[in-house]
Design a protein around this ligand. Structure first.
Ligand SMILES: C[S@@+](CC[C@H](N)C(=O)[O-])C[C@H]1O[C@@H](n2cnc3c(N)ncnc32)[C@H](O)[C@@H]1O
Length: 355
């Protein structure tokens, strides 16, 4: 990553560092409760006055709806965070359950064929947030690992260090360093010596140019990439509601209204890697939300409906009633949501894209 001298920081934690991996451990939480970018939330059509049913803007939708707040959009971030750590914590267990384990075996085979190095694997996690990808993947890979965590948010990087994984699958040590900087400027030099590039819930908040830059850096450095949990623009809610499709379409339109790729990211990334000769595999990685995920589902619903109303304000009155119904069903444990994502594995070799 081309981290300029003014923004680049490197912090190191080694196995046994203070803090423990996992959600919420010692997290300095921004004021304002659990709502992501809570200081920035506003209501649309607030006249409804029904507690819990107002349509909140700038809340998350699987990471992607935060893009308006997180990328210089019209909403300031709370407490200096562009992505609230509470939101990342709320989604961590659903993310962990969703990531496509089918992509791990081809990845392990590729990593096993790398020339052995005394330092072990070097894994770069792009847009690491609080480091959930490392907590998921490091214990699934054998051997010593050095994780290099990249993010633009120094507060999230601090949390990622505190919660760093300690050991690989076979008990080998895991060490972690951080780099603050802009992924949009990543170069092959930044990946020098890397064994693997990872990311989670990142691609859909990048632009076409940023994804192209990322794919180019990986290809030039000859590094495989495992890029998980990109939204694909589909949500299935059970029981169904007549407004589901309308809200989904307005939400997707909201994402596409910015230059960020949202539901188109996975296709663009697949093409960008394949054009550079990588073998690309795409695998579904849906969130399966039910009565075990009420808080997450509620936050997701508020963000999903809020973004839809921002895009189509004429929906607001009906959307408030819709949200009220959906939140009530959710609180009663009677709502199930499948939020579709895709994971992508790109292995640098000269073949095309398959899915
Ligand atoms: C939706 S969050 C996902 C965080 C984490 N990977 C996870 O799965 O919990 C996106 C993360 O990417 C970071 N990010 C987004 N765009 C970035 C950029 N251009 N450069 C550096 N970091 C970026 C954000 O700060 C945020 O931590």
């Amino acid at each position: 990553m081309t981290t300029s001298a003014s923004t680049a920081t490197t912090t190191t934690a080694s196995a046994g560092a203070t803090g423990s991996p996992g959600m919420g451990a010692g997290a300095p939480l921004p004021a304002g409760g659990a709502a992501p970018v809570s200081g920035a939330a506003s209501t649309v059509g607030g006249a409804a006055g029904v507690a819990g049913a107002s349509v909140v803007t700038a809340a998350p939708a699987s990471g992607a709806a935060l893009s308006m707040a997180g990328r210089g959009g019209d909403t300031p971030a709370a407490e200096g965070h562009q992505y609230a750590p509470q939101w990342l914590e709320l989604r961590e267990s659903a993310d962990a359950a969703a990531r496509a384990t089918d992509l791990l075996d081809p990845l392990r085979i590729r990593l096993a064929n790398l020339p052995r190095r005394a330092t072990g694997l070097v894994v770069h996690d792009l847009g690491c947030g609080t480091g959930s990808m490392g907590r998921w993947l490091a214990p699934r890979l054998d051997g010593a690992q050095q994780w290099v965590l990249h993010d633009q948010d120094p507060a999230l990087l601090r949390l990622a260090i505190e919660r760093a994984p300690r050991a690989g699958a076979d008990g080998s040590p895991v060490t972690v360093t951080t780099r603050r900087g802009d992924i949009g400027r990543l170069t092959a030099d930044d990946l020098s010596g890397a064994s693997l590039v990872t990311a989670s819930a990142l691609l859909d908040v990048l632009t076409r140019e940023e994804i192209d830059t990322l794919a180019g850096a990986c290809a030039d450095a000859g590094v495989p990439a495992l890029l998980t949990l990109s939204v694909v623009g589909r949500a299935d809610l059970v029981p169904a509601h007549p407004m589901d499709q309308e809200i989904a379409e307005a939400f997707n339109a909201h994402q596409r209204a910015s230059e960020l790729l949202g539901p188109d990211a996975i296709t663009v990334a697949c093409e960008a890697f394949a054009q550079r000769g990588a073998t690309v595999r795409v695998h579904p990685s849906p969130w399966q939300l039910d009565d075990r995920h009420i808080a997450l589902t509620e936050e997701w619903l508020r963000g999903w409906v809020g973004a839809a109303c921002e895009q189509r304000p004429e929906l607001t009155e009906r959307a408030e009633a819709y949200l009220r119904d959906r939140l009530a069903a959710c609180a009663a444990g009677e709502l199930r949501v499948t939020l579709h994502h895709s994971d992508l594995l790109a292995l640098p070799r000269p073949t095309g894209c398959t899915s």
